[in-house]
Design a protein around this ligand. Structure first.
Ligand SMILES: Cc1ncc(COP(=O)(O)O)c(C=O)c1O
Length: 471
């Protein structure tokens, strides 16, 4: 067990609780005097009794607080107009989308499913974008009909969009997705290795999205000459690769450099700049570090925007409207995954706590090596007595948490995984034929089911046995 995990997990004495040291400003969690986790004042043991486990629960207060925090930081940091587009891939629950719509969010969509979810949950077309490196003509047409901004990510999209604009007899707003590689910094991150074993430089190089300055310089005149296309500006999404803000600064410098080169080569001056998502989170499972990240979302926004402002000022380019596409920051800490403890096995000097949730519900453990806080949710004031590994009921050896200090637990106790609001439900699978959990939304005393629990019948509902195989 590392020093870091011991200090995080055992940083409480008798009477204190395990949650307080890792709370962040917009969390809506607290601990009762008898050691039970509460979300917006709702005891999780009561929710478990009513809705069963595994259970995703989301706090509406946290969702709204996160949105407002980003909106305030953007308004403080950028002197021109700004917009927040919710990246629905992080959590596509329709109720979540509806909350962000009420808050004033636009949206970022990939493909038909996200377009559908975005508009079913409420959205205003002029601040919704369609992204993707292989948008089908059908998706492009749907986006054009709805009046979205389409981020062009390949040459053939220009021809498709020209034909669609002609057919619909309307102008289509587009941005060009750029490919920006902060090489200067990638070379200085030798320790970064992703779950596929790639260095940072290799990972960025391998990403299929966006167009190099060379290609962008060729396509900008073509887009501008295409009747029916209105080129608003540029899109680029770096994503959350490192918690280190130097990296984001290097990227913003490279981005303004690219904008400057393109202006020199084509004369094009963008009216809109969309810089994607990837905002810093204080509890940051994807950094694989359970210590709080000292960088706040305000710091992230301030550092990136001030680099953009000084770069654009230096180039004499007026500040464009700035759009951002946060996903994980808005929803991450609003979600908790609850599970029930089953068999506790002690063998070979190891302890395994079997829970009824699994990596099926937290795929980022597999795909990004995410290292979540896993808490004994009804024993938060009980000091740890042993290191245990929390595992799910699947046939793959994919621990939810390894060698974590845990209090004495029994069958029926409750475990909580924090930060399960992002990329958990949307990436969940049914491996081993396990139905997906129910999701509830907590709003003070109110608790609403916003996604029903699947049954085994649901898992197999689309399967068909051809008659010739039936006996
Ligand atoms: C184009 C685009 N925008 C926004 C996001 C959201 O990123 P995050 O959830 O890190 O904020 C993503 C994530 O993959 C993305 O691909």
């Amino acid at each position: 067990m590392s020093e870091a995990s011991i200090s995080t997990d055992l940083a409480f004495a008798d009477g204190d609780d395990a949650l307080s040291p890792i709370l962040t400003a917009t969390d809506s969690m607290s601990v009762t005097s008898d050691g039970c986790l509460m979300v917006e004042g709702k005891r999780v043991d009561e929710l478990v009794k009513e809705f069963g486990t595994p259970l995703y629960m989301l706090s509406e207060r946290t969702l709204r607080a996160n949105y407002r925090r980003v909106a305030r930081a953007m308004a403080d940091a950028w002197p021109a107009a700004t917009k927040i587009l919710y990246a629905i891939k992080a959590n596509n629950n329709l109720a979540v989308r509806a909350i962000f719509h009420q808050e004033g969010a636009g949206g970022d969509c990939f493909g038909e499913g996200e377009l559908y979810a975005t508009f079913l949950g409420g959205a205003t077309p002029d601040s919704v974008v369609l992204n993707g490196s292989n948008k089908s003509p059908r998706d492009l047409r749907a986006a054009a009909e709805l009046g979205l901004v389409i981020n062009i990510d390949g040459e053939d999209e220009i021809g498709f969009l020209r034909d669609i604009a002609l057919e619909l007899n309307r102008s289509i707003r587009v941005c060009l997705r750029l490919r920006v590689i902060p090489e200067e910094f990638a070379d200085r991150a030798p320790d970064y290795i992703d779950s596929a074993g790639r260095s940072l430089a290799e990972k960025i190089e391998a990403a299929q999205w966006g167009l190099s300055v060379e290609n962008a310089a060729r396509l900008i005149p073509a887009i501008m000459d295409t009747p029916g296309l209105d080129l608003l500006g540029y899109h680029h999404h770096l994503g959350r690769l490192l918690p280190d803000l130097d990296y984001n600064t290097a990227w913003a410098r490279e981005l303004t450099g690219s904008i400057g080169v393109l202006e020199k080569r084509t004369g094009y001056v963008p009216r809109l700049l969309n810089i994607g998502g990837g905002f810093a989170r204080e509890r940051d499972p994807e950094s694989r570090n359970r210590e709080l990240n000292p960088t706040r979302v305000e710091d992230h926004i301030r550092v990136v925007t001030s680099e953009l402002i000084s770069g654009l000022n230096g180039l004499g380019i007026p500040l464009p409207e700035l759009w951002v596409e946060p996903g994980r920051y808005l929803v991450g800490n609003a979600g908790v995954l609850l599970g029930t403890v089953g068999q506790i096995k002690r063998d070979n000097e190891r302890v395994w706590i079997n829970a009824d949730f699994s990596i099926n519900n937290l795929m980022r453990i597999e795909t990004s090596g995410s290292n979540y806080h896993v808490l004994a949710a009804n024993r938060l004031r009980t000091p740890a007595v042993e290191a245990a590994t929390v595992v799910g009921p699947l046939c793959t050896g994919s621990p939810i948490a390894r060698d974590r200090p845990m209090p004495e637990l029994n069958r029926g106790d409750i475990l909580a995984v924090l930060d399960a609001g992002m990329y958990a439900e949307t990436a969940s699978t049914q491996f081993n034929g396990v139905p997906r959990p129910c999701t509830v939304l907590v709003n003070g005393e109110r608790v609403d089911v916003i996604k029903e629990r699947e049954s085994v019948l649901d898992v197999f509902a689309k399967h068909r046995i051809p008659p010739r195989l039936r006996r």
